[in-house]
Design a binder for this molecule. Sequence first.
Ligand code: ZN
Ligand code: ZN
Length: 363
Amino acid sequence: VSELRSRLERVQRALAEQAIDLLLLGPSTDLLYLTGYAVKPSERLTLLAIAPEGTPRMVTPDFELPEVEALGIELEPVPWSDGDHAAATALKALGGRGMSVAVGAQLHARFLLDLLAAGLEADLLPGDRIMAPVRAVKSPAEVEALRHASSAADAVFEDLSSTTFAGARELEVVDRIRELLASHGNDATGSGLAAFGENSAAPHHHPSGRVARDGDAVIVDYGGTVRQYRADITRMFHVGEPTGEFQQVYEIVDAANQAAFEAAAPGVPAEAIDAAARMVIEEAGFGDRFLHRTGHGIGLDVHEPPYLVRGNTDPLAAGMAFTIEPGIYLEDRFGVRIEDVVVVTEDGAERLNVSSHALRVVS
Ligand code: ZN
Ligand code: ZN
C-alpha cells in the first residue's frame, strides 16, 4: 500500500508540474499500477480520475463496489447503476468544463466519446505525458518482480535446451514453452514465438505447423508474467551443426547485443543504445537486415516506454527496465535475434536474463 501511495504521489506531483487538472484512466495497466485493481475492460464505464490534490475518484458500476473497497486504498467511489447514464453521472462528479484533462492511452475511445457527448469541454492531452515517465522508472520492488519473471524465463530456456526439436512443429514448441512457464511459477504465459529455418527470418513470425529438421536455425521468443510483471527473452538453438555463415551472423548479433548493453547508463539518450547495436551490425555489412528498433521498456506491459529507437532522445535513468534485442534477418534463409531484459543501475546496467548467449546445438 505504501508503494501504491508513493506512485500516486508521483502522479499528482507530475499533474501539478504540468498544470493538468485531471487524469482519466480506464481499466488498464495504468489503473493496475496505481491501484492494484485488475478489472477487465468491458462495455461498462470504470474510470479513475486523479486531480493534482485530494483523493482520487473511482467511477464504477455499483455492483463492483465491493472489489473497489477491497483494494484497501483511499478512493472516493462514484457508483452508477445499469440504466443510469454512466458518462453523465461521471461528469457530474468530476466537473469537466474549462479544464485541462489528460486521457490514459488505454482508455477505450468509446468512453471518451461518451464523455464528450455528455458535455465534457476540456483541453484533452495524452495521459502518457504523466504516466510514461512515472512508470518508466521502476521501484526496487518492481525490479525484484521483473527479476523473478526473467529468472523463470531463463529456467524455461535451460529446460528447452535438453529437449529434442527435430520432428517437432513450431506450435508444439510454443505449447511446450507455455507448460514450462507454468511449471516455473508464472501466473500467465503470454504468446510465445517459435520459428524454424526460413521462418526465423521474419521477426514476428506466427508459429505454424512447420516441422524442425536437421540444419534449421530455431528462434524462441517468449515471456511469462510473475506477480503482474513481464518477461521477454529471445534465444536460439540450431538443429545439428550450424554453417560457418550462420555462426558468423550469430556472433555479430551477440556483439551488437553486448555493445548496446555496455552503452546503457543513466543520462544516455535512449537512441544511443539503438545506435550502439546498429553500428556493430552496419560495420559487419548487415545494416539493412536489422529490421526493427533495438528494444522496448518492460514492466506491467511487455511493450512500454522507453523505446530504444532512433529519434528518442529522452535520457535513461536508474531504474528503467527495457529489452535489448538486435537481430539480423536473411530472407528465405534464417534470422538471428538475441534478447535480454536489462535494468539501468546507478553507473551502468544489469542484465536480468543471465542464461548464456552461447548458441545451443540440439538434436
Ligand atoms: Zn521478445
Ligand atoms: Zn521484446
